[in-house]
Design a binder for this molecule. Sequence first.
Ligand SMILES: Cc1cc2nc3c(=O)[nH]c(=O)nc-3n(C[C@H](O)[C@H](O)[C@H](O)COP(=O)(O)OP(=O)(O)OC[C@H]3O[C@@H](n4cnc5c(N)ncnc54)[C@H](O)[C@@H]3O)c2cc1C
Length: 259
Amino acid sequence: MRYIVCIKQVPDTTDVRINPETNTLVREGVESVVNPFDMYAVELALSLRDKFGGEVISISMGPPQAEEALRETISVGVDRAYLITDKSFAGADTLATSRTLVAAIRYIGGADVIFVGKQATDGDTAQVGPGIAESMNIGQVTFVRDVMEIRDGNLLALRMTDKGRIEIEARLPVLLSVTKLDREPRLPSLRGKLRAKKEKIEHLDAKSLSLPEETVGLAGSPTQVIKIFTPQRHTQGEIQRGKPEELGDWLAGKLRNIL
Ligand SMILES: Cc1cc2nc3c(=O)[nH]c(=O)nc-3n(C[C@H](O)[C@H](O)[C@H](O)COP(=O)(O)OP(=O)(O)OC[C@H]3O[C@@H](n4cnc5c(N)ncnc54)[C@H](O)[C@@H]3O)c2cc1C
C-alpha cells in the first residue's frame, strides 16, 4: 500500500492579512506551520500504515522553506518526502495547484490512498483535494474522521457531516479529505527528529514533472482575484428592556420586518 499525503505550509495565525495592491497573502514576519488538518491526515495515514503495512510519503508544493513542513512530517514517522518547487509555480490558483500535485503523484508512481486536509487555514477554499481526485478520475470521500478497514481493494471510511456520521465504502485508489480526528496527531520521537534533520528530500520542478510553464503558477491559473477584503464588523446593537411578553412582541416584530 502506498499512501501520499499532501501538505501545505500556512501562516501560524488565524489573522491572515492580504496585500491590498497585489491581492496575495502577506507572509513576511509570520511564522509558518503545517496546515493543522494536514497533520491529522498524516496521523491517519501513519495509523493505516501501522495496521495494514506500506509506506507513507508526504508532498508539498511551495517555496524552498516548505521543506521544513515536510521535515516535520518525517519527524512523526513519514517514510519519505518530496518538495515540489519552481519559480514558475508561484501564484497558482487551486486548479494549477491540483494539476501540479497530480503530476508529482504520477511521478512518484501513484498511490492507493491520497490524503489532503479538509481545507487550508489560509486559502480556505477546500478545492485542491476535489481538484486532484477529478483530474485523476478517482473517487473521493470528504470530511473523513477515520478509516475502519482496507480489504479486497476497498476502503471503509467514517465521514462526518452536520447531520451525523456516515460510513462510506470506496474503491481504491481513492482521495480522502481529512477533518479533525477523535485523537490528536502523534508527537515526534527523538529518533524521528534526528532522522528528519538528515533525510534527503527530493525536489521536483516543472521540468522534472514535464509540466509546460503555461500550465502552472499564475500563467496556468484561470482564477482572477479582483478584490479581497474583510467584511466590516457591525458592532452596534440594540438593548431593549421590559417585561418578557413585551420583549417577545418587540422581537417578533423585528423578525417579521427582516423576513
Ligand atoms: C490568482 C491567485 C494567486 C494566488 N497567489 C498565491 C501566492 O502567490 N501565494 C500563495 O501562497 N497562494 C496564492 N494563492 C492561493 C493559492 O492558490 C491557494 O493557496 C492554493 O491553490 C491552495 O488553495 P487553498 O489554500 O484554498 O487550499 P485548500 O483547497 O483549502 O486545501 C485543501 C488541502 O489541499 C492540500 N493542499 C493545498 N495546497 C497545497 C500545496 N500547495 N501543496 C500540497 N498540498 C496542498 C492540503 O492537504 C490542504 O489541506 C493564489 C490564488 C489565486 C487565485
